[in-house]
Design a protein around this ligand. Structure first.
Ligand code: UFG
Length: 343
């Protein structure tokens, strides 16, 4: 690339943000990471730098702080923003809805407002398969109707999608892409970056790896009486390195002026459903260990099954999930061992 394009990555010290920052630099972009470390650590940025063998621009900024954000826009010449910064715990959002609406929507609107003020054209938003809820037809395509959100967290994703759609329609210079992630898992093959959940993990794989590490005595499988082949829920588990590459493909589309509409949406998944029990078995086999688990009641709010139709991302972004699930599960375990200092 003759002139390196710069991409601002908000929440760039987080799980998906770190992997995306690495993928962007490897693809020839410069990145500026901003993060307030509300759910991440400075070591995550160091991990990015170790993988890349160079420093990356970093500013400790809360995206809810508009004046601090304005300084970032004044300082750096990026045309593209990837907005990851958000709270993401479904259960916590039920207990503290205002915290979620305040943080996730204010930070998003601040970003869009600054982009408008500084004439920066491209924004990529982290959306979620949660917007599909309990879909009537599977797999879900981007035109599958969204269901009413079942948590404030999910609602912030739906509302932010709508804000982005309306702003792209109204403001001439603004272009938006929403990526709807399915279930991101795995870690960078170097084991230098990965997911760092605080406290008791809500998501399946961090709970699995912490159980394998002996931090949790037992994994609970939430429900085995769903109308699915083995009775446990079906999900589409997407490797975080593949997911990061989907962001690069979307950024290429934006910076290459290839967008056909001002606001576009893409599913980012593998297209292959796996049950909870299948995932546990594959984790055990891939890593040659046994996981203690028990079947317990369903977790309120879980949908029985959701997986992606990925045709649009495959054809339009030229992106496809490539990582083998067993490699992904080995990377998850390698990362947990790295974090815990297990040999
Ligand atoms: N599960 C267990 N035991 C656990 C944790 C999870 O059996 O300890 C099961 C769940 O019941 C579900 C599957 O593993 O069937 C996956 O659960 P996760 O919590 O890992 O992921 P979800 O599909 O619930 O979460 C995803 C996204 C969220 C999003 C949510 C909406 O990670 O961002 O879908 O439902 F909000």
């Amino acid at each position: 690339m003759a002139n390196k394009e710069t991409v601002l990555v908000s929440g760039g010290a987080g799980y998906i943000g770190t992997h995306t920052a690495v993928a962007l630099v490897e693809a020839g972009y410069d990145v500026v990471i901003i993060d307030n470390f509300s759910n991440s650590e400075p070591s995550a940025v160091e991990g990015v730098e170790k993988i890349l063998g160079r420093k990356v621009a970093f500013e400790k900024v809360d995206t809810c702080d508009k004046d601090a954000l304005r300084k970032v826009f004044e300082k750096y010449p990026f045309n593209t923003v990837i907005h990851f910064a958000a709270y993401k715990a479904v259960g916590e959002s039920m207990a503290e809805p205002l915290k979620y609406y305040q943080n996730n929507l204010v930070s998003f609107m601040n970003i869009v407002e600054m982009m408008k003020e500084f004439n920066r054209p491209n924004i990529l938003f982290s959306s979620s398969a949660t917007v599909y809820g309990d879909a009537e037809k599977l797999p879900v395509t981007e035109t599958t109707p969204r269901q009413p959100a079942t948590s404030p967290y999910g609602n912030t994703k739906q509302i932010a999608e709508d804000i982005l759609r309306d702003c792209c329609r109204a403001y001439e210079g603004l272009y938006g892409i929403a990526l709807r992630y399915f279930n991101p898992i795995g870690a960078h093959p170097s084991a230098l970056i990965g997911e760092l959940p605080r406290g008791v993990p809500n998501n399946l794989i961090p709970f699995v790896t912490q159980t394998a590490a002996g931090i949790r005595p037992m994994l609970s499988v939430f429900g085995s009486d769903y109308n699915t082949p083995d009775g446990t829920c079906l999900r589409d588990y997407i490797d975080v390195v593949d997911l990061a590459k989907a962001h690069v493909a979307a950024v290429n589309r934006m910076t290459g002026h290839k967008m056909e509409q001002k606001y576009e949406i893409f599913n980012v998944g593998t297209g292959t459903p796996l049950s909870v029990l299948e995932l546990i078995t594959r984790f055990e086999t891939a890593n040659d260990l046994k996981l203690p688990y028990k079947i317990v009641d369903r977790r309120p709010g879980d949908v029985p099954a959701v997986w992606a139709d990925t045709a649009l991302a495959n054809e339009v972004l030229g992106w496809k999930a490539e990582r083998d699930i067993d490699d992904t599960l080995r990377a998850s375990w390698a990362w947990e061992k790295h974090v815990r200092g297990i040999k």
